[in-house]
Design a binder for this molecule. Sequence first.
Ligand SMILES: [Zn+2]
Length: 421
Amino acid sequence: MSNSRRVSYFYDAEIGNYHYGQGHPMKPHRVRMTHNLVVNYGLYRKMEVFRPRLCSPTAMTRFHSDDYINFLRVITPDNMQEYIRQLQRFNVGEDCPVFDGLFEFCQLYTSGSIGGAARLNENRADIVINWAGGLHHAKKAEASGFCYVNDCVLAILELLKRHERVLYIDIDIHHGDGVEEAFYATNRVMTVSFHKFGEYFPGTGDVLDIGYADGKNYAINFPLNDGMDDAAYQSIFRPVIGKVMELFAPGAVVLQCGADSLSGDRLGCFNLSIKGHADCVEFVRTFNIPMLVLGGGGYTLRNVPRCWTYETSVLTGEDVKDELPFNDYFEYFGPDYRLHLPVSNLENLNSSEYLERTKLQLLNILKEVEPVPGTQIQTGQVESQLHPQIGMPVLGDHNNDNSHMEEDDPDKRAPAPAAMV
Ligand SMILES: [Zn+2]
Protein backbone atom coordinates (compact mmCIF):
# COMPACT_ATOMS: atom_id res chain seq x y z
CA MET A 1 0.00 0.00 0.00
CA SER A 2 1.31 3.39 -0.92
CA ASN A 3 2.51 5.39 2.01
CA SER A 4 2.16 8.80 0.52
CA ARG A 5 -1.16 10.56 0.55
CA ARG A 6 -1.78 14.14 -0.35
CA VAL A 7 -2.43 15.67 3.03
CA SER A 8 -3.88 19.16 3.42
CA TYR A 9 -3.83 20.94 6.73
CA PHE A 10 -5.95 23.85 7.91
CA TYR A 11 -4.39 26.32 10.26
CA ASP A 12 -5.15 29.91 11.14
CA ALA A 13 -3.10 31.50 13.90
CA GLU A 14 -6.12 33.59 14.92
CA ILE A 15 -7.78 30.54 16.41
CA GLY A 16 -5.49 30.62 19.45
CA ASN A 17 -6.53 34.16 20.33
CA TYR A 18 -10.04 33.26 21.43
CA HIS A 19 -10.88 32.58 25.07
CA TYR A 20 -14.00 30.94 26.40
CA GLY A 21 -13.31 32.67 29.69
CA GLN A 22 -11.26 32.31 32.83
CA GLY A 23 -11.19 28.76 34.12
CA HIS A 24 -13.24 27.38 31.23
CA PRO A 25 -11.87 23.97 30.24
CA MET A 26 -12.00 24.66 26.48
CA LYS A 27 -8.77 26.31 25.34
CA PRO A 28 -8.62 27.16 21.65
CA HIS A 29 -4.89 27.77 21.93
CA ARG A 30 -4.33 24.00 22.20
CA VAL A 31 -4.64 24.16 18.42
CA ARG A 32 -1.87 26.75 18.26
CA MET A 33 0.26 24.55 20.55
CA THR A 34 -0.39 21.59 18.26
CA HIS A 35 0.58 23.64 15.24
CA ASN A 36 3.79 24.73 16.91
CA LEU A 37 4.78 21.11 17.54
CA VAL A 38 3.79 20.14 14.00
CA VAL A 39 6.07 22.89 12.66
CA ASN A 40 8.95 22.04 14.94
CA TYR A 41 8.80 18.36 14.01
CA GLY A 42 8.96 19.39 10.34
CA LEU A 43 5.61 17.76 9.59
CA TYR A 44 4.40 21.04 8.15
CA ARG A 45 6.57 20.46 5.09
CA LYS A 46 4.80 17.19 4.33
CA MET A 47 1.42 18.86 3.95
CA GLU A 48 -0.24 21.53 1.92
CA VAL A 49 -1.42 24.24 4.26
CA PHE A 50 -4.67 25.85 3.22
CA ARG A 51 -6.83 28.67 4.47
CA PRO A 52 -10.16 28.79 2.70
CA ARG A 53 -12.34 31.88 2.55
CA LEU A 54 -14.34 32.43 5.73
CA CYS A 55 -17.66 30.66 5.45
CA SER A 56 -20.73 32.83 5.30
CA PRO A 57 -23.52 32.80 7.87
CA THR A 58 -25.75 31.47 5.08
CA ALA A 59 -23.49 28.46 4.67
CA MET A 60 -24.03 27.70 8.36
CA THR A 61 -27.80 27.73 7.87
CA ARG A 62 -27.54 24.66 5.67
CA PHE A 63 -27.86 22.96 9.05
CA HIS A 64 -28.53 25.59 11.69
CA SER A 65 -31.68 27.69 11.97
CA ASP A 66 -31.52 31.29 10.72
CA ASP A 67 -32.50 32.77 14.07
CA TYR A 68 -29.82 30.83 15.93
CA ILE A 69 -27.06 31.92 13.54
CA ASN A 70 -28.31 35.52 13.63
CA PHE A 71 -28.17 35.37 17.40
CA LEU A 72 -24.56 34.09 17.37
CA ARG A 73 -23.66 36.98 15.04
CA VAL A 74 -25.01 39.71 17.29
CA ILE A 75 -24.41 38.48 20.83
CA THR A 76 -21.45 40.02 22.69
CA PRO A 77 -20.43 40.16 26.36
CA ASP A 78 -21.58 43.81 26.32
CA ASN A 79 -25.12 43.33 25.01
CA MET A 80 -25.97 40.02 26.73
CA GLN A 81 -28.40 41.69 29.12
CA GLU A 82 -30.69 42.52 26.22
CA TYR A 83 -30.92 38.89 25.10
CA ILE A 84 -31.85 37.00 28.27
CA ARG A 85 -34.60 34.97 26.60
CA GLN A 86 -32.55 34.00 23.57
CA LEU A 87 -29.57 33.07 25.74
CA GLN A 88 -31.79 30.54 27.46
CA ARG A 89 -33.46 29.35 24.33
CA PHE A 90 -30.18 28.77 22.51
CA ASN A 91 -28.41 27.40 25.60
CA VAL A 92 -25.70 30.06 25.46
CA GLY A 93 -24.24 31.60 28.61
CA GLU A 94 -23.05 28.81 30.91
CA ASP A 95 -21.18 25.80 29.46
CA CYS A 96 -21.17 27.65 26.17
CA PRO A 97 -20.29 31.18 27.23
CA VAL A 98 -20.49 34.38 25.25
CA PHE A 99 -17.01 35.74 24.59
CA ASP A 100 -15.41 38.38 22.41
CA GLY A 101 -15.19 37.20 18.82
CA LEU A 102 -17.47 34.21 19.37
CA PHE A 103 -18.91 34.29 15.86
CA GLU A 104 -15.54 34.81 14.17
CA PHE A 105 -14.24 31.85 16.14
CA CYS A 106 -17.13 29.73 14.83
CA GLN A 107 -16.51 30.96 11.30
CA LEU A 108 -12.83 30.06 11.50
CA TYR A 109 -13.11 26.47 12.66
CA THR A 110 -16.15 25.85 10.46
CA SER A 111 -14.35 27.21 7.39
CA GLY A 112 -11.59 24.68 7.96
CA SER A 113 -14.06 21.80 7.95
CA ILE A 114 -16.32 22.93 5.09
CA GLY A 115 -13.31 24.10 3.09
CA GLY A 116 -11.57 20.81 3.84
CA ALA A 117 -14.57 18.83 2.63
CA ALA A 118 -14.68 20.92 -0.56
CA ARG A 119 -10.98 20.19 -1.07
CA LEU A 120 -11.63 16.47 -0.84
CA ASN A 121 -14.58 16.86 -3.23
CA GLU A 122 -12.34 18.64 -5.72
CA ASN A 123 -9.78 15.84 -5.37
CA ARG A 124 -7.11 18.30 -4.29
CA ALA A 125 -6.24 16.14 -1.28
CA ASP A 126 -6.65 12.59 -0.01
CA ILE A 127 -6.67 13.60 3.63
CA VAL A 128 -7.57 16.95 5.19
CA ILE A 129 -6.77 17.81 8.80
CA ASN A 130 -8.54 20.51 10.84
CA TRP A 131 -7.56 20.26 14.51
CA ALA A 132 -9.67 23.35 15.25
CA GLY A 133 -12.84 21.52 14.18
CA GLY A 134 -14.85 18.62 15.55
CA LEU A 135 -17.42 20.56 17.60
CA HIS A 136 -19.82 17.67 17.52
CA HIS A 137 -22.39 18.61 20.20
CA ALA A 138 -23.96 21.69 18.55
CA LYS A 139 -27.60 21.26 17.52
CA LYS A 140 -29.70 22.87 14.82
CA ALA A 141 -30.81 25.72 17.11
CA GLU A 142 -28.83 25.17 20.28
CA ALA A 143 -25.27 25.37 21.57
CA SER A 144 -24.13 22.43 23.67
CA GLY A 145 -20.99 21.14 25.37
CA PHE A 146 -18.68 24.02 24.35
CA CYS A 147 -19.91 23.74 20.74
CA TYR A 148 -21.83 26.47 18.89
CA VAL A 149 -21.71 25.67 15.18
CA ASN A 150 -21.53 22.01 14.20
CA ASP A 151 -18.72 21.98 11.66
CA CYS A 152 -18.87 18.16 11.47
CA VAL A 153 -22.45 18.25 10.18
CA LEU A 154 -21.70 21.07 7.74
CA ALA A 155 -18.64 19.25 6.39
CA ILE A 156 -20.66 16.06 5.92
CA LEU A 157 -23.33 18.03 4.02
CA GLU A 158 -20.57 19.34 1.77
CA LEU A 159 -19.22 15.81 1.19
CA LEU A 160 -22.74 14.60 0.34
CA LYS A 161 -22.68 16.86 -2.74
CA ARG A 162 -20.06 14.57 -4.18
CA HIS A 163 -20.52 11.27 -2.36
CA GLU A 164 -23.53 9.05 -2.06
CA ARG A 165 -22.53 7.79 1.39
CA VAL A 166 -20.45 9.45 4.09
CA LEU A 167 -19.22 7.77 7.25
CA TYR A 168 -18.77 9.72 10.50
CA ILE A 169 -16.61 8.17 13.22
CA ASP A 170 -16.29 9.74 16.66
CA ILE A 171 -13.59 8.75 19.19
CA ASP A 172 -14.10 11.70 21.54
CA ILE A 173 -15.02 10.40 25.01
CA HIS A 174 -18.40 12.09 24.67
CA HIS A 175 -21.21 10.84 22.46
CA GLY A 176 -21.29 12.56 19.04
CA ASP A 177 -24.90 13.55 19.65
CA GLY A 178 -25.22 16.60 17.39
CA VAL A 179 -23.99 14.71 14.34
CA GLU A 180 -26.05 11.62 15.09
CA GLU A 181 -29.20 13.71 15.52
CA ALA A 182 -28.65 15.60 12.26
CA PHE A 183 -28.47 12.39 10.23
CA TYR A 184 -30.63 10.12 12.37
CA ALA A 185 -33.23 9.57 9.63
CA THR A 186 -31.02 9.14 6.57
CA ASN A 187 -29.12 6.15 5.21
CA ARG A 188 -26.66 8.38 3.36
CA VAL A 189 -24.68 9.09 6.52
CA MET A 190 -23.69 6.44 9.01
CA THR A 191 -22.59 7.76 12.39
CA VAL A 192 -20.44 5.57 14.65
CA SER A 193 -19.61 6.81 18.14
CA PHE A 194 -17.53 5.17 20.89
CA HIS A 195 -18.12 6.95 24.17
CA LYS A 196 -18.43 6.86 27.93
CA PHE A 197 -22.09 6.23 28.77
CA GLY A 198 -23.98 6.44 32.03
CA GLU A 199 -24.20 9.57 34.21
CA TYR A 200 -22.03 11.40 31.75
CA PHE A 201 -22.50 14.28 29.32
CA PRO A 202 -24.51 14.43 27.05
CA GLY A 203 -26.38 11.34 28.26
CA THR A 204 -27.31 9.96 24.83
CA GLY A 205 -25.74 7.17 22.77
CA ASP A 206 -27.36 4.00 24.05
CA VAL A 207 -26.54 0.86 22.09
CA LEU A 208 -30.25 0.61 21.27
CA ASP A 209 -30.32 4.02 19.57
CA ILE A 210 -29.83 2.87 16.00
CA GLY A 211 -31.49 5.49 13.81
CA TYR A 212 -34.98 6.12 12.52
CA ALA A 213 -36.99 5.61 9.31
CA ASP A 214 -34.55 5.39 6.37
CA GLY A 215 -31.77 5.91 8.90
CA LYS A 216 -32.60 2.81 10.92
CA ASN A 217 -29.39 0.80 11.52
CA TYR A 218 -27.29 3.76 10.31
CA ALA A 219 -26.52 5.11 13.79
CA ILE A 220 -24.07 2.92 15.68
CA ASN A 221 -23.30 3.54 19.35
CA PHE A 222 -20.76 1.74 21.51
CA PRO A 223 -21.43 2.77 25.13
CA LEU A 224 -18.42 2.32 27.41
CA ASN A 225 -17.47 2.49 31.08
CA ASP A 226 -14.46 4.16 32.71
CA GLY A 227 -10.93 2.99 32.15
CA MET A 228 -10.91 1.93 28.48
CA ASP A 229 -7.33 0.97 27.61
CA ASP A 230 -5.53 0.55 24.28
CA ALA A 231 -6.06 -3.20 23.91
CA ALA A 232 -9.74 -3.02 24.81
CA TYR A 233 -10.36 -0.10 22.46
CA GLN A 234 -8.60 -1.78 19.57
CA SER A 235 -10.56 -5.00 20.19
CA ILE A 236 -13.82 -3.19 19.46
CA PHE A 237 -12.84 -0.35 17.11
CA ARG A 238 -11.20 -2.46 14.42
CA PRO A 239 -13.93 -5.13 14.03
CA VAL A 240 -16.80 -2.62 14.15
CA ILE A 241 -15.22 -0.15 11.72
CA GLY A 242 -14.01 -3.01 9.50
CA LYS A 243 -17.59 -4.27 9.19
CA VAL A 244 -18.94 -0.76 8.61
CA MET A 245 -16.45 -0.21 5.77
CA GLU A 246 -17.38 -3.54 4.20
CA LEU A 247 -21.15 -3.05 4.30
CA PHE A 248 -21.62 0.70 4.07
CA ALA A 249 -18.69 1.32 1.67
CA PRO A 250 -18.55 5.08 2.23
CA GLY A 251 -17.24 7.45 -0.41
CA ALA A 252 -15.69 9.66 2.27
CA VAL A 253 -15.09 9.52 5.98
CA VAL A 254 -15.07 12.19 8.69
CA LEU A 255 -13.09 11.19 11.78
CA GLN A 256 -13.61 13.24 14.93
CA CYS A 257 -10.50 12.76 17.09
CA GLY A 258 -11.50 14.30 20.42
CA ALA A 259 -8.49 13.87 22.70
CA ASP A 260 -10.51 13.74 25.92
CA SER A 261 -10.47 9.94 25.58
CA LEU A 262 -6.76 10.01 26.48
CA SER A 263 -5.45 8.88 29.84
CA GLY A 264 -5.30 11.72 32.36
CA ASP A 265 -7.79 14.02 30.65
CA ARG A 266 -9.22 16.67 32.95
CA LEU A 267 -12.83 15.81 32.00
CA GLY A 268 -12.39 12.29 30.65
CA CYS A 269 -12.15 8.90 32.38
CA PHE A 270 -10.58 6.59 29.79
CA ASN A 271 -7.00 5.36 29.88
CA LEU A 272 -5.84 5.46 26.27
CA SER A 273 -2.24 6.18 25.36
CA ILE A 274 -1.53 8.46 22.42
CA LYS A 275 -0.59 5.38 20.38
CA GLY A 276 -3.87 3.72 21.33
CA HIS A 277 -5.84 6.80 20.29
CA ALA A 278 -3.86 7.12 17.07
CA ASP A 279 -4.41 3.46 16.24
CA CYS A 280 -7.95 4.44 15.26
CA VAL A 281 -6.60 7.09 12.89
CA GLU A 282 -4.10 4.64 11.47
CA PHE A 283 -6.77 1.98 10.94
CA VAL A 284 -9.20 4.32 9.18
CA ARG A 285 -6.38 5.59 6.97
CA THR A 286 -5.67 2.09 5.66
CA PHE A 287 -9.02 2.08 3.82
CA ASN A 288 -7.73 4.70 1.39
CA ILE A 289 -10.96 6.69 1.38
CA PRO A 290 -11.02 10.51 1.23
CA MET A 291 -10.73 11.47 4.85
CA LEU A 292 -11.49 14.61 6.84
CA VAL A 293 -9.80 14.48 10.25
CA LEU A 294 -11.10 16.82 12.94
CA GLY A 295 -10.19 17.67 16.52
CA GLY A 296 -12.79 17.90 19.27
CA GLY A 297 -12.56 17.67 23.04
CA GLY A 298 -9.33 17.43 25.02
CA TYR A 299 -8.87 19.21 28.33
CA THR A 300 -5.44 18.35 29.69
CA LEU A 301 -3.58 21.02 27.85
CA ARG A 302 -0.17 19.37 27.67
CA ASN A 303 -1.58 16.13 26.21
CA VAL A 304 -3.80 17.37 23.39
CA PRO A 305 -0.99 18.82 21.21
CA ARG A 306 1.04 15.65 21.71
CA CYS A 307 -1.84 13.49 20.53
CA TRP A 308 -2.79 15.55 17.49
CA THR A 309 0.84 16.03 16.48
CA TYR A 310 1.44 12.30 16.62
CA GLU A 311 -1.74 11.72 14.60
CA THR A 312 -0.52 14.25 12.04
CA SER A 313 2.65 12.14 11.73
CA VAL A 314 0.56 8.99 11.28
CA LEU A 315 -1.53 10.65 8.57
CA THR A 316 1.51 11.96 6.69
CA GLY A 317 3.34 8.64 7.11
CA GLU A 318 6.33 10.35 8.74
CA ASP A 319 8.07 8.92 11.79
CA VAL A 320 8.64 11.36 14.64
CA LYS A 321 11.05 11.07 17.55
CA ASP A 322 9.71 10.61 21.05
CA GLU A 323 12.00 13.37 22.24
CA LEU A 324 10.12 16.64 21.70
CA PRO A 325 11.79 19.28 19.56
CA PHE A 326 12.22 22.65 21.16
CA ASN A 327 9.04 24.69 20.68
CA ASP A 328 7.29 27.81 21.91
CA TYR A 329 5.42 25.91 24.62
CA PHE A 330 8.28 23.69 25.74
CA GLU A 331 7.66 24.31 29.45
CA TYR A 332 4.22 22.69 29.21
CA PHE A 333 5.77 19.36 28.31
CA GLY A 334 7.99 18.84 31.34
CA PRO A 335 9.32 17.05 33.23
CA ASP A 336 10.06 14.46 30.56
CA TYR A 337 9.68 16.50 27.33
CA ARG A 338 8.58 13.42 25.41
CA LEU A 339 5.84 12.99 22.85
CA HIS A 340 4.33 9.84 24.30
CA LEU A 341 2.72 9.55 27.69
CA PRO A 342 2.59 6.77 30.22
CA VAL A 343 -0.95 5.59 30.98
CA SER A 344 -2.24 5.33 34.55
CA ASN A 345 -3.18 2.29 36.64
CA LEU A 346 -6.87 3.16 36.35
CA GLU A 347 -8.96 0.00 36.40
CA ASN A 348 -10.73 -0.87 33.15
CA LEU A 349 -14.38 -1.25 34.14
CA ASN A 350 -15.23 -2.70 30.73
CA SER A 351 -15.01 -6.48 31.06
CA SER A 352 -14.02 -8.44 27.98
CA GLU A 353 -17.43 -10.16 28.21
CA TYR A 354 -19.21 -6.81 28.07
CA LEU A 355 -17.12 -5.58 25.14
CA GLU A 356 -17.59 -8.83 23.23
CA ARG A 357 -21.34 -8.89 23.84
CA THR A 358 -21.82 -5.27 22.78
CA LYS A 359 -19.60 -5.72 19.76
CA LEU A 360 -21.73 -8.68 18.63
CA GLN A 361 -24.88 -6.67 19.25
CA LEU A 362 -23.57 -3.92 16.95
CA LEU A 363 -22.39 -6.38 14.32
CA ASN A 364 -25.92 -7.79 14.34
CA ILE A 365 -27.38 -4.33 13.76
CA LEU A 366 -24.92 -3.85 10.91
CA LYS A 367 -26.12 -7.11 9.33
CA GLU A 368 -29.39 -5.27 8.67
CA VAL A 369 -27.54 -2.71 6.58
CA GLU A 370 -28.10 -3.47 2.95
CA PRO A 371 -24.63 -3.77 1.45
CA VAL A 372 -23.79 -0.67 -0.56
CA PRO A 373 -27.19 0.98 -0.89
CA GLY A 374 -27.87 3.21 -3.85
CA THR A 375 -25.58 1.61 -6.42
CA GLN A 376 -28.19 2.51 -9.05
CA ILE A 377 -26.65 5.97 -8.92
CA GLN A 378 -24.14 4.91 -11.60
CA THR A 379 -26.56 5.84 -14.35
CA GLY A 380 -25.96 9.53 -13.63
CA GLN A 381 -28.60 12.14 -12.78
CA VAL A 382 -27.27 12.21 -9.28
CA GLU A 383 -29.70 14.71 -7.92
CA SER A 384 -32.92 12.93 -8.85
CA GLN A 385 -31.82 9.63 -7.38
CA LEU A 386 -30.44 10.69 -4.07
CA HIS A 387 -32.50 9.90 -1.04
CA PRO A 388 -33.82 13.20 0.26
CA GLN A 389 -32.45 14.36 3.59
CA ILE A 390 -35.23 14.54 6.09
CA GLY A 391 -35.80 18.17 6.95
CA MET A 392 -32.54 19.30 5.50
CA PRO A 393 -31.89 21.11 2.21
CA VAL A 394 -28.74 19.18 1.35
CA LEU A 395 -28.61 19.85 -2.33
CA GLY A 396 -31.43 22.22 -3.12
CA ASP A 397 -29.73 25.46 -2.24
CA HIS A 398 -26.70 24.86 -4.39
CA ASN A 399 -28.20 24.21 -7.77
CA ASN A 400 -26.08 26.89 -9.35
CA ASP A 401 -22.93 25.22 -8.22
CA ASN A 402 -22.39 22.52 -10.82
CA SER A 403 -18.84 21.74 -9.87
CA HIS A 404 -19.78 19.10 -7.31
CA MET A 405 -22.81 17.79 -9.12
CA GLU A 406 -21.18 16.13 -12.08
CA GLU A 407 -21.61 12.47 -12.71
CA ASP A 408 -19.46 10.64 -10.25
CA ASP A 409 -16.57 8.47 -11.26
CA PRO A 410 -18.05 4.96 -11.40
CA ASP A 411 -14.91 3.62 -9.75
CA LYS A 412 -15.95 5.40 -6.62
CA ARG A 413 -19.02 3.19 -6.46
CA ALA A 414 -17.15 -0.10 -6.44
CA PRO A 415 -18.71 -2.46 -3.88
CA ALA A 416 -15.54 -2.64 -1.83
CA PRO A 417 -12.53 -0.34 -1.87
CA ALA A 418 -9.46 -1.97 -3.35
CA ALA A 419 -7.48 -1.43 -0.20
CA MET A 420 -9.96 -3.11 2.10
CA VAL A 421 -8.11 -4.80 4.93
ZN1 LIG B 1 -15.58 15.39 24.45
